[in-house]
Ligand binder design. Structure first.
Ligand code: TYM
Length: 340
């Protein structure tokens, strides 16, 4: 907060895509910390970013279902639709409008440098949607349409938040204003980069080829235990100190997951399990994960029985979000010189 002028009050914004399977990486890298920040000294906005999801093909019925299911997951994880502003992106049209302005501020070279674009587009860039390429400008708009000062995300989104700062700085510079804040990415703790259970050098993702690579938030206890049991590890027992995890990516990942789920430091986990084998640690990890995930998936299932109520919550959140976004967009148009 130190680098913000006093005019920007502490406001958190973060988003998550309703595409693919919601997994433990999303929970530890983002949602769990959103819940913590909601209780701190911030105004908090959390968004189901449906317009981001359609940058790759989404079956319309699946998408509708996924938006509701993700909303249910967020509420079941502890996001309060009263304390926080919880909504889906497409219901607040200011996001897309500010994104257009930012498309005209951001440079093509900046987009070309985005590693996520390079990873997703690969050698097939010409076949990707224009939306996928412009995606980071929409993400900047999501954040800046609320003058958000803090954005809790997993490590993979760091570059996008840095780009958001570049866009804000260029806008402020070009129009000679101090209008958009320099947003701080909040990336702290052991769960910021949860890795694939089959390959500790790749991150856990919604779209990985095998379901055994990730723990889904809807997995039952037996599936979770099986996935951890079969997760890749090396032959060594657990070390007694964090330094012993160096060059052991799979071992480090499982210890990090335990530490993030239990809210204890890695050293504390190793003080308890150091010297023990995976036959002891994996079942303990599975039990811990089930104790955190099962209540969330049970509550999600309960909420999904009443989709109308979920839509209601989203509409209420969208109205509150719009009330913040509308004057910021109006002022942006004025700064740009558009006649209103
Ligand atoms: P998305 O939907 O891919 O992921 C949502 C959040 O989960 C985090 N995450 C992880 N954290 C740790 N380990 C992992 N393996 C892992 N995988 C995902 C992500 O870092 C993210 O915080 N572009 C964003 C959504 C977005 C957004 C925003 C975020 C759109 N607008 C504005 C913040 C602010 C995305 O695709 O996240």
């Amino acid at each position: 907060m130190a680098n913000q002028p006093a005019k920007f009050s502490p406001r958190v914004f973060s988003g998550i895509q309703p595409s693919g399977q919601l997994h433990l990486g999303n929970y530890l890298g983002a949602i769990k910390r959103w819940v913590t920040m909601q209780e701190e000294d911030f105004e908090t906005l959390f968004c189901v970013v449906d317009l981001h999801a359609i940058t790759v093909w989404q079956d319309p019925d699946h998408l509708t279902h996924a938006i509701r299911e993700l909303t249910a997951a967020l509420i079941a994880s502890g996001i309060s639709p009263e304390k926080s502003i919880l909504f889906n992106q497409s219901m607040v049209h200011e996001h897309a409008e500010l994104a257009w302005i930012f498309n005209c501020v951001a440079r093509v070279g900046w987009m070309d440098r985005m590693t996520q674009w390079k990873d997703k587009a690969g050698k097939n860039a010409e076949k990707q949607s224009l939306g996928l390429y412009a995606y980071p400008a929409l993400m900047a708009a999501d954040i800046l349409i609320y003058h958000a000062t803090h954005v809790p995300v997993g490590d993979d989104q760091k570059q996008h938040v840095e780009l958001t700062r570049d866009i804000a700085a260029k806008f402020n510079h070009d129009y000679k204003v101090d209008f958009f804040p320099m947003t701080t990415p909040v990336i702290e703790g052991p769960g910021m980069r949860v890795m694939n259970l089959r390959d500790g050098t790749r991150k856990m993702s919604k779209s990985g080829e095998s379901d055994m690579e990730r723990i889904n938030m809807t997995d039952d206890a037996e599936t979770i235990a099986r996935k951890f049991k079969r997760s890749r590890t090396d032959a060594e027992p657990l070390p007694s100190e964090a330094a012993g995890l160096k060059d052991r990516p799979e071992a480090k990942n499982l210890v990090d997951i335990y530490s993030a789920l239990a809210d204890v430091g890695v050293d504390q986990v190793l003080a308890e399990y150091g010297g023990q084998g995976w036959g002891t640690f994996k079942p303990a990890l599975a039990e811990l994960a089930v104790s955190k995930i099962a209540p969330i998936s049970d509550e999600m299932a309960r909420m999904m029985a009443d989709p109308g109520e979920i839509d209601n919550q989203l509409r209420k959140g969208a109205a509150r979000a719009s009330a913040i976004a509308a004057p910021i967009l109006a002022r942006t148009y004025e700064i740009v010189g558009l006649v209103r």
